[in-house]
Design a protein around this ligand. Sequence first.
Ligand code: HEC
Length: 157
Amino acid sequence: MSKQSNLRGVIEATAIVIGSFVGAVVIITLLVSGKSESPTTPVAPKVVENSAAEENTQPVAAVEVADASPAGSNAIAADKIVQANCAMCHASGLMNAPKIGDAGQWAPRIAQGKDTLIHNAINGIRTMPAKGGNAALSDEEVAAAVIHMVNSAGGSF
Ligand code: HEC
């Protein structure tokens, strides 16, 4: 008799523990799902996507601006960018990178067009790493570096 009532007591206690645990989980789940719903409802995420799209499309327009004054401070800045980020491969022709100043090696590249070359330098192509491996460079800086390298190899971007 006493064993049975003990067992009942244990079962009841277990039921209470499990019950309160399940209850807590349900309440927490409701709270969490309630919280996560509110940030997704406003229009804010759409605005973020739009600004990201704008950022991605900006460099194309900015390239024209950098292009407007090829000689002068822009050219000096571009040369520094090239020396610091591109020369390690493009000076020596490492991994068959087209050499700076080598018109013969650059001619077929230049023939692809300015936008394509800039796009490939920004995003990388084959063994050419995106932005020369320096993600901290802006698209405009990479574009300026491409223009500088092309123009020093007989091109006129
Ligand atoms: C780690 C070595 C490396 C660095 C650093 C590097 N490049 Fe290159 N780059 C290459 C190689 C290799 C190629 C040839 C890729 C191919 O055509 O297979 C190349 C090709 C290119 C091309 C021609 C792309 C095409 O479509 O033909 C451009 C433009 C270019 N690099 C620009 C740059 C600029 C600008 C920088 C500096 C910001 C830079 N690279 C830094 C290795 C490098």
